[in-house]
Design a protein around this ligand. Structure first.
Ligand code: ADP
Ligand code: ASP
Ligand code: MG
Length: 445
């Protein structure tokens, strides 16, 4: 069963006013691909784990595949197809789940080599039960009782292969979608009622924007679940979207931190601290804008010169929905001829060709003249809970981007975010401009 986390315990130690070392806590620690990229790094991970065990904590570790391993496995699946266009997703999962199996075993060996009692667990062994939507399965249930029993009886560290699970009825291996080890970690934290879930990665926290693109991005000390959810779903790959949803629902406190901090330099107060993902109420100084995300994974489709009559939107979007294609931004405006209308929308880049085919097949029912598309586009999104109580935030962005000659193709807004569709070539310029505009730049050093 997934259960809510049982109290604050160790968080007061790390983030409270009168931070005190907590004598014993139950932790889930997750290490991403770059953190386990080779044997030296796995040894470094083992030293982090040993530090927590030596401090008296009960530890479950979740590991990703070594950096690049999953891409290689996906590539092999694609290369194996010669006559068909798509592969059997069940076999794809059987292949790609192996990356995590390797790192779980290697970390258990390394921990044992350091005299830490440890064993590896694959998804089906725990079991981590999921839906049967192969390649993007959802976790339905995890029984944490055996892990808890072993913490108590043997002081055994559980090393769990992330990203994978099993479907109960068919008994087939499933995977949770790219970046899914974050979700494994948060789900296990909920199931064993962990005091904290530490996501160790190659950056030391969640930043105001991707630090690879915005050198002046700042690390956030805390971020609200809602904002993290928007950041993640709008393109910030630091956490998988589903993991943030689970954290929010089950009240799992998540800390994003760097695996490159040297274990021996982390003090008993947990410094250096990373970013705490928590409830909105805990954030004392709320900014209007918290962060900026971007995504180049979408494509634009414009259905042009459609007769403006009831039922047109249904004729376009129902066939797309039936083909399981997610439509994101939608804009409708008057066509160049002034008599008909143009409908522009975005779909995931991976579904672009399929979406064009679906629309072409429905040409009669829709009754359009022209169909245009573009894949060299980007979606830039501005996120902040403070937008609920401030107006005019988006308007400032329109002006700042116009001054830099960045053309906006489409706009969507909601309570705590707005998104702009622009030409991909302007992504960096737009993200950095907005980062400065909303006062997110760190002070020059
Ligand atoms: P892991 O392999 O540990 O799961 P990921 O590559 O999935 O790591 O996620 C970490 C990366 O997320 C960082 O290297 C960074 O480039 C990217 N990232 C994107 N947006 C942000 C952000 N707002 N804050 C921190 N990192 C971000
Ligand atoms: N190894 C998987 C991936 O590369 C899962 C993960 O790393 O979280 O997507
Ligand atoms: Mg990741």
């Amino acid at each position: 069963m997934l259960r809510p986390s049982h109290g604050v315990g160790i968080y007061t130690r790390l983030f409270g006013e009168n931070a005190q070392p907590d004598p014993m806590a139950r932790l889930v620690v997750k290490f991403g691909g770059t953190s386990v990229a080779d044997i030296d790094r796995i040894r470094n991970v083992a030293r982090h784990v040993k530090r927590e065990v030596d401090a008296g904590h009960e530890v479950a570790v979740v590991v990703s595949a070594m950096a690049g391993a999953t891409d290689r496995l996906v590539g092999w699946c694609e290369a194996a197809l010669k006559t068909r266009r798509i592969f059997d997703a069940r076999e794809y999962d059987a292949v790609v789940a192996t990356g995590e199996q390797v790192t779980a075993g290697l970390l258990a060996i390394t921990l044992q080599d350091m005299d830490v009692n440890a064993r590896s667990w694959q998804g089906w062994q725990l079991p981590i039960l999921t839906s049967n939507v192969h390649a993007s399965a959802r976790i339905l249930d995890i029984d944490g009782a055996e892990l808890i029993r072993r913490f108590g009886e043997r002081r055994e560290v559980a090393v769990v292969a992330g990203f994978q699970g099993v479907h109960k009825e068919t008994n087939r291996i499933t995977t949770l979608g790219r970046g899914g080890s974050d979700t494994s970690a948060v789900a296990i934290a909920a199931a064993i009622r962990a005091d904290r879930c530490d996501i160790y990665t190659d950056v030391d926290g969640v930043y105001t924007s991707d630090p690879r693109i915005v050198p002046r991005a700042r690390r956030l000390q805390k971020i609200a679940f809602e904002e993290m959810l928007e950041l993640a779903s709008l393109g910030a790959k630091v956490m998988q979207v589903r993991s943030v949803e689970l954290g929010m629902v089950h009240n799992v406190r998540i800390v994003v931190r760097s695996s490159f901090d040297r274990p021996e330099e982390i003090d008993s107060h947990g410094n250096p601290p990373g970013t705490l993902i928590c409830d909105e109420e805990e954030i004392v100084e709320q900014q209007v804008v918290t962060g900026i995300a971007f995504s180049r994974d979408e494509a634009q489709i414009s259905v042009r010169e459609v007769e403006d009559k009831p039922g047109v939107a249904a004729a376009i979007f129902i066939p797309l929905a039936e083909a399981d294609i997610n439509v994101d931004m939608i804009v409708q405006n008057v066509s160049a001829d002034g008599k008909t209308t143009d409908l522009t929308f975005t779909v995931p880049a991976a579904d672009y060709q399929r979406a064009l085919d679906v629309i072409t097949n429905s040409q009669k029912a829709i009754g359009y003249r022209r169909l245009d598309g573009a894949t060299d586009i980007a979606k830039v999104s501005v996120i902040g809970i403070g937008m609920r109580s401030h107006s005019g935030v988006a308007a400032q962005a329109f002006r700042a981007l116009a001054e830099r000659a960045v053309n906006i193709r489409a706009i969507t807004t909601s309570e705590i975010k707005f998104s702009l569709l622009i030409d991909a070539a302007f992504t960096e310029l737009a993200v950095r401009t907005l980062h400065t505009l909303y006062g997110l730049d760190k002070a020059a050093q």
